[in-house]
Design a binder for this molecule. Structure first.
Ligand code: NI
Length: 139
């Protein structure tokens, strides 16, 4: 089994809040990420796939094709967008790195299978110090 990772980047705005809570309560729970006037992050997305390399090409998957897939299904929907109001797959979810990571897994898992490999993990780095990783429900 070999693991192959493609790194992509996007920047996007968000706000962490629950609408039924006051601004003070949101600020207490979510901190700076609860600023009512939005703010952005330069996110890094790491998509790791796994499987066996093709003996003919030595590739697990053609990484250019993997990159195109990730861009088409995920990055194009997020880059330079407001996650709370413009991103269909984040509708009605709190725009945390955790929820973003799970949602991206759900989008990419079936698509990666069509390329002949399996999705191993999704990792999103919101800042240099904070990141979330998801390995699917089975782990
Ligand atoms: Ni934030």
């Amino acid at each position: 089994m070999i693991y192959l990772t493609r790194r992509e980047r996007f920047n996007a705005a968000h706000r962490l809040y629950r609408k039924e809570w006051s601004d003070d309560k949101n600020s207490e729970v979510f901190g700076k990420c609860s600023n009512p006037n939005w703010h952005g992050h330069n996110y890094v997305l790491l998509v790791t796939v796994k499987g066996e390399p093709d003996p003919e090409t030595g590739f697990l998957v053609n990484i250019k094709i993997l990159s195109s897939l990730v861009n088409r299904c995920v990055i194009d929907k997020l880059d330079h967008k407001n996650i709370n109001i413009e991103v269909d797959f984040m509708k009605d979810k709190i725009a945390t790195t955790e929820n973003l990571t799970i949602s991206i897994w759900e989008i990419l898992e079936p698509e990666v299978l069509k390329l002949g490999c399996q999705l191993h993990s999704i990792r999103i780095e919101e800042t240099e110090n904070n990141f979330a990783e998801y390995f699917g429900n089975r782990h």
